[in-house]
Design a protein around this ligand. Structure first.
Ligand SMILES: NC(=O)c1ccc[n+]([C@@H]2O[C@H](COP(=O)([O-])OP(=O)(O)OC[C@H]3O[C@@H](n4cnc5c(N)ncnc54)[C@H](O)[C@@H]3O)[C@@H](O)[C@H]2O)c1
Length: 432
């Protein structure tokens, strides 16, 4: 498993748990040192135990030496990062190609090389070309097996996926991939075999569709606010229709995270290069971009002039149960509040270490109540479980002005206003 980040570490530990022998390879010395000490460098529920159990059982090892890990492997996964390329938004494939070149030099027998990283359509062809160029004798097949796990629920998603997409061009890879995933589908045929380019595009289409759903309900939320309707009930009312489905219909501050922002933009680049515009996705990207700063204006509208005022921000990570701060909506929101003259206090149960390197002039606090001290408004940005039952009497005590801006619609207005708060959610225009 090349790359032991959110995807590589979870996938590697789960494959080991199925009984396979897994070697995790990473070039990040600090990450490897932590893993070797038995420490998990990321926050993902259940992962520490899963890794520890499988290391103890001898099925999971870690190394910096890609060559030795790959030499006798039947399957090599590439699970390295594919971030947005600085300046133009294309997927940066530097790490994927670097891994491919290193793998090429080390393989000895027939090897199935699987791209698990999210990569633009056609990358499998390029990986195949790179490997052939680097090692003319190599006997291998390049497979696309995109990953659909969600951070925060990654182990359950990996072990009980809705589907496993496998794109192959060489029939020999089919049997190997089927055997690898067999422990997962005792009862049903969860593996969908297709061709490589289709598999690559399935991943982008899936993420773009989910991002569209979120953006759709966010825009409906804005309209609901204007016309005096409630987006929560609209989401329920449409979500109960099976053709629509209730998931990903939660209005909020806009999508963020390590995948949707970069993948939607990368998909647009593929579309442009192929002269096949994706107008809906273009609109999704633009609407989501504008939304984050719009949330700061929402805070200001309830708080009044922000100059010199303190705002408490609860939740920094792009979603609960992760420490991942990549493209978190909290970042542009905080910057916009600072631009308006506000001082920021912030608290997050897991994200503050990462956040400290990404934000400046923020006072990081020990808990929710310390965060509210001296604040003219408290803003819930990430719906961590522990923010779902706030002690409003205690929260209000330290505040200069009792305003709660709930960007995740965690509360009903009456639960909060009865404690003397001014409450503002998202898309809840109904006067009740
Ligand atoms: N994070 C998610 O929820 C998620 C879900 C589905 C798909 N994906 C995709 O999976 C891929 C990986 O994402 P991630 O979040 O795990 O990234 P990550 O940044 O957490 O991890 C990538 C790891 O690869 C290592 N690496 C890079 N080049 C290497 C090399 N040549 N040899 C060894 N190690 C190397 C890095 O040091 C890092 O530890 C991306 O393409 C992403 O889009 C991510």
């Amino acid at each position: 498993m090349i790359g032991t980040g959110y995807v590589g570490l979870v996938s590697g530990a789960c494959f080991a748990d199925f009984g396979h022998s897994v070697i995790g390879v990473d070039k990040d010395a600090a990450k490897l040192a932590a893993l070797t000490r038995g420490e998990i460098p990321i926050h993902e529920p259940g992962l520490d135990e899963l890794v520890a159990n499988n290391v103890r059982a001898g099925r999971l090892k870690f190394t910096a030496d890609l060559g030795s890990a790959v030499a006798d492997a039947e399957v090599v996964f590439i699970a390295v990062g594919t971030p947005s390329r600085r300046g133009d938004g294309y997927a940066d494939l530097t790490y994927v190609y670097e891994a491919a070149r290193a793998i090429a030099k080390a393989i000895r027998n027939f090897t199935v090389i699987v791209t698990k990283s999210t990569v633009p359509v056609g990358t499998g062809d390029e990986v195949e070309r790179i490997i052939r160029e680097a090692n003319r004798q190599a006997d291998f097949a390049v497979v696309s097996n995109p990953e659909f796990l969600r951070e925060g629920a990654a182990i359950a998603d990996f072990k009980r996926p809705d589907r496993i997409v496998v794109g192959i061009e060489d029939i020999r890879a089919r049997e190997v991939m089927a055997a690898l995933y067999r422990p997962l589908y005792l009862n049903r045929d969860a593996v969908m075999f297709t061709d490589r380019r289709t598999a690559e595009l399935i991943k982008y289409a899936a993420n773009a569709f989910l991002a569209t759903k979120i953006t759709f309900i966010n825009e409906i939320a804005d309209l609901a606010e204007k016309v005096g309707a409630d987006v929560q009930e609209i989401a329920r009312g449409i979500g109960l229709d099976n053709r629509i489905g209730s998931k990903f219909l939660h209005a909020g501050p806009g999508f963020g995270g390590s995948c949707f922002p970069k993948d939607t933009v990368a998909l647009l680049k593929t579309a442009q290069d192929n002269a096949s515009p994706l107008r809906i996705i273009e609109a999704v990207v633009a609407a989501n971009e504008q939304r984050k700063r719009a949330m700061a204006r929402k805070v200001a509208a309830r708080t009044g002039d922000l100059r010199g005022k303190t705002i408490g921000v609860l939740g920094l990570t792009f979603k609960p149960n992760t420490d991942d701060m990549r493209e978190a909506p909290a970042i542009p929101l905080i910057t916009a509040l600072q631009d308006m003259g506000a001082r920021i206090r912030a608290y997050d149960p897991e994200g503050m270490t990462q956040a400290k390197s990404m934000l400046s002039n923020v006072t990081f606090c020990q808990n929710e109540y310390e965060c509210a001290q001296g604040a003219s408004a408290v803003v819930i940005v990430t719906e961590w479980e522990q923010f779902r039952a706030l002690d409003f009497v205690r929260l209000k005590k330290g505040m200069v002005q009792p305003v709660l801006v709930d960007l995740r619609n965690v509360y009903r207005a009456d639960e909060v206003t009865r404690h003397g708060f001014i409450y503002e959610g998202v898309g809840r225009g109904r006067k009740s």
